[in-house]
Design a protein around this ligand. Structure first.
Ligand code: SF4
Length: 203
């Protein structure tokens, strides 16, 4: 599997170029599988540009992806864009602190702006692997007030096709001596940590 070499040899550090290489290979595998499904099974995803229904779900992200995402945000976002992102991240944390038993639906991912991902080139594996054939609104937060459940129809073979690349990230994290499961957190938690933002609620 040809992936851009990781030149950062510091333990616990993964350069953006390495993560980008993994993402490029993963995207190519997903595209191949989507083409096969269209040709052989007549299936196509209902996902489309401007649809951000799945961005209200809990997005688990590994430390390697979080570091690459933070590097992208620091480089690409304007000061104003960064300030807005920090505020959306703070609001997400305010919800997170009081969600227990509140019945309040989780806010969207802080990176979602006007229905589109503001960090699209560096969105995590979980966002790149999720395709559905069902109505887009079924991808919203799974638990609704009243305990109702949504049941989107995921394209499982696309997800499967991306697994070797997700495992590649996992292997690199483990090679650095870390427990991969413990190195994953929700994306807004990573944003606060990697960007060194104080997300305690305003008094
Ligand atoms: S990172 Fe982007 S694609 Fe993923 S949940 Fe957030 S806004 Fe959506």
């Amino acid at each position: 599997m040809a992936i851009v070499a990781d030149r950062d040899t510091r333990p616990g550090h993964w350069p953006e170029s390495f993560v980008r290489g993994v993402y490029a290979a993963l995207d190519a595998a997903a595209s191949r599988e989507l083409r096969r499904l269209a040709l052989e099974e007549g299936l196509s995803p209902s996902c489309h540009r401007g649809c951000g229904h799945c961005c209200g779900q809990h997005i688990l992200t590994s430390i390697a992806e979080a570091q690459a995402l933070a590097a992208f945000v620091r480089r690409e976002f304007s000061p104003h864009g960064m300030q807005d992102l920090q505020e959306r991240t703070r609001l997400w944390h305010t919800w997170d602190r009081c969600r227990e038993g509140s019945g309040v639906q989780s806010p969207d991912c802080p990176l979602l702006v006007a229905g589109a991902c503001s960090a699209y080139p560096m969105r995590p594996v979980i966002c790149r692997s999720h395709f559905v054939t069902s109505a887009p609104h079924l991808c919203g937060p799974q638990t609704l007030p009243g305990g109702q459940r949504r049941n989107p129809v995921a394209m499982a073979s696309v997800w499967q096709a991306t697994r070797p690349f997700a495992r590649l990230l996992q292997e690199r994290v483990e090679e650095a001596g870390m427990d991969f499961q413990r190195s994953t957190m929700l994306l807004p938690h990573w944003l606060a940590q990697e960007m060194e933002w104080d997300c305690t609620p305003a008094p």
